[in-house]
Design a protein around this ligand. Sequence first.
Ligand code: ADP
Length: 419
Amino acid sequence: MTDTDRLTRMERLLELTRNLSATLDEQTFLQSLIDVAGELTGSEAASILQYEDASGQLLYVVVPWFQREALLDQRVPITDSLAGQTFTKGAPLIVNDVQADRRHWKGADQATGLVTRSLVAVPLLFKGQPLGVLEAINKNGNAHYTEEDITILETLAAQAALAIQNQTLQRRVQSTYEELAQLDRMKTDFIAIASHELRTPLGLILGHATFLRETIAGDHREQIDIIVRNAERLKEIIESLANMDNVQSGVARLRSRAVSVRRIIEEVAGSFQSEARGKGLTLTINAPDEDLVVEGDAGKISIALSNLTKNALAFTDRGGHVFVTAERVPGYVKVSVIDDGIGIPASDLPRIFDRFYQVETHLTRRHGGMGLGLSVARVMVEMHGGRIWAESVEGRGSNFSFLLPVDPAQADAASRVFF
Ligand code: ADP
């Protein structure tokens, strides 16, 4: 081989290596890799076999276009084949008289109608582990394969191993993603069915218990009160589940009209006043003396604000303070619920709006709840084209805020300026 030949080979190798990062699709890259392997080793054909865990065999995964029909996805036994030998030994192999070699597996020749006379094969190694084999067959003019052919194939095999590893990882990510999506669907279905099925019997319990409370006097009154209170608590949980489900299944619709955020704040804070007093907390509203009108769904804004207020009261110790504030900012009304309670560790903060996420594990929890309050609040706010977020310092307190666009039709334009 002349120096010019060597240089040409080097150039082809380098060109291919550069293409690896440029080619988005691994299969296309591997296809051109075997073409180059065939060309640079002066072979009739080259191919890549990948080890398949499930069958414990080698599988033809990249073959020349003219052998596609015959070879692609064909399995080659590990024990009785030259490729298998290369794979298990993890070392290159040259056989210049294949037909005379007992290790030769005849399946591929039978499928392609080609007779393999000579063969060079190298293992595809990734971090020292064999992934498969790159092989070339039938050197031109019945010449013998040389060490130089091995060097070329080994250089190409290193690139091929990377591409195959990438492909495997991508497939794994894809299948994990599909599994998760399936699990998520199952969870959503479960929530839909459970919340629906629980509603009817609970409605009956509440109805009858409320009726009994009106009719029964004396000693039993207290017990009935407990039943009603807890049934109402159950109803809230089921409503949170149903709210989530409605949003996810797209059933939830905004019933928008001009609503006064100030009035919503007063109503929500008012409904929590006695609970706050009972816990020795002060709950204060701080809002300008104007209506702060937005185009929105009062029921959904109330749910969001109630969930934030409920949390602020739950996670603040006796003697603490909770402020509900509202103000106008360009294009939006901003509502905040601020407490000087236990706060949220910085590591948990990014996840608290996720469904079912709770800072305390269910084993160490001192508070009730299902980890749904904040995710429900988020969907309610986002349905309005708004945004919700939290700032918190552990041990010092939390500040949950949300922005509601004054006019949702303009929310998009405003968000580009404001966010
Ligand atoms: P839950 O209904 O279980 O409270 P949420 O979605 O409302 O679920 O809240 C998720 C978690 O975020 C809570 O379990 C709590 O750990 C934390 N959290 C929410 N609000 C506050 C707050 N104001 N102060 C401290 N922690 C909070």
